[in-house]
Design a protein around this ligand. Structure first.
Ligand SMILES: Nc1ncnc2c1ncn2[C@@H]1O[C@H](COP(=O)(O)OP(=O)(O)O)[C@@H](O)[C@H]1O
Ligand SMILES: [Mg+2]
Length: 360
């Protein structure tokens, strides 16, 4: 038996002043699954989330929670009756309630039941010692953990999170993200997490839905989105990229690095061959000669080092290529800092290249 998704949205549309900022967005999230809506600022992520929460009315589309329609143009279930938890960056704790009061806020039942649930959740977010503290006495990270406990306390079937970690400093953020992830998985909540940070999406998501101008343009597991981007912009969203220009003749394109397959691309089309910096391979110069070509790495091309920087986990080496003066950047694990002016040979991994017909 296939389990029914906890959250389903079909064809959501929202326009402001005649402009569709959310344009036919559909999604589905199962129990214990985390879907990340990822995209640049202004692409419609928050508006999508607000419609699911019920604080924004869609112009079209339907939303179901556990198979129950909460919105479809006729039926309308208000936000508080949707079994949906919210955690937004600016969704602050209530300053006039202590930690226990904040976590208990959305709970019903006997006083003893509420107390038990509050204690359970504060233990899960490791905030038991602060049960009687006031929000202003807590650090940003601690407030975030209490906010998470508060959102989860009524056992929402769906949790909606809008850039919930963006107010936290880096070191704290990773820890709280992991903590949050564990807790959400344990509770079996279906989660939609909105973020503009690819790192956060890669870290948190079971599935990423990449948004652009109000639409979901690609969706898949982090590994798939990263390794099979739909176009140059999708590739560039996740890391720096190198772009090598080619022109197609007979389903092949010729470059200084040898030939690349361009199946189905008409002759004469200009293509962008996109490769991430970590998939460039560097070899030493042997009196003006490089390594022999291989089927996987193609033909080596010579570049002159312009700059090399140590970044902690990797070194970034910038090259000016001899064949056309273009710039390419290679990322090398750990420390590799050749001097400016050093000639080196570069090869590019065929299986790591993306060939896209140029648009515009
Ligand atoms: N209430 C509103 N009135 C007019 N325009 C809005 C309103 N809410 C959002 N927008 C516009 O809709 C677009 C998408 O906004 P939003 O969903 O907040 O994007 P994101 O969360 O991806 O940054 C933006 O151009 C924003 O200015
Ligand atoms: Mg937003």
């Amino acid at each position: 038996m296939v389990e029914r998704p906890r959250l389903e949205a079909d064809g959501l549309v929202r326009a402001f002043d005649g402009r569709r900022v959310v344009d036919d967005v559909s999604l589905s999230v199962g129990a214990g699954q985390i879907l990340c809506l990822l995209g640049p600022s202004g692409c419609g992520k928050s508006t999508t989330l607000r419609m699911i929460a019920g604080v924004e009315h869609p112009d079209a589309g339907a939303i179901r929670v556990d198979g129950r329609t909460v919105c479809n143009g006729i039926d309308w279930v208000p936000p508080e009756a949707r079994s949906v938890g919210l955690m937004f960056q600016d969704f602050a704790l209530f300053p006039h309630l202590d930690v226990a009061g904040n976590v208990a806020f959305g709970l019903s039942g006997t006083k003893a039941d509420k107390r038990a649930r509050v204690e359970e959740l504060l233990e899960r977010v490791e905030m038991s010692d602060h049960i009687a503290s006031w929000p202003h006495e807590l650090s940003g990270g601690e407030q975030q953990r209490v906010a998470l406990a508060r959102a989860l306390a009524p056992r929402p079937h769906v949790m909606l999170m809008d850039e919930p970690f963006s107010g936290l400093d880096n070191r704290l953020r990773d820890e709280i993200r992991d903590h949050t992830l564990d807790l959400l998985k344990e509770e079996g909540t279906a989660v939609v997490l909105v973020t503009h940070e690819p790192d956060e999406a890669m870290r948190m998501a079971d599935e990423i839905a990449l948004m652009r101008e109000g639409r979901i343009v690609q969706r898949g597991a982090p590994y798939n989105i990263y390794n099979a981007p739909m176009d140059r912009a999708a590739a560039a969203f996740f890391s720096d990229i190198n772009v090598i220009e080619g022109r197609v003749e007979g389903a092949l394109t010729e470059t200084a690095f040898g030939q690349f397959l361009a199946p189905g691309v008409p002759d004469g089309t200009v293509v962008d061959i996109v490769i991430r910096p970590q998939h460039l391979k560097i070899d030493f110069d042997r009196q003006g000669r490089g390594p022999l070509p291989t089927p996987v790495e193609g033909t080596p091309a010579r570049g002159i080092v312009e700059r090399a920087r140590f970044m902690g986990g990797e070194s970034l080496v910038e090259f000016r290529m001899e064949f056309d003066g273009s710039k390419l950047v290679a990322s090398v694990p750990q420390v590799f800092l050749p001097e400016a002016g050093t000639p080196l040979w570069l090869m590019i991994r065929r299986d790591r290249c993306f060939v896209f017909p140029r648009v515009g």
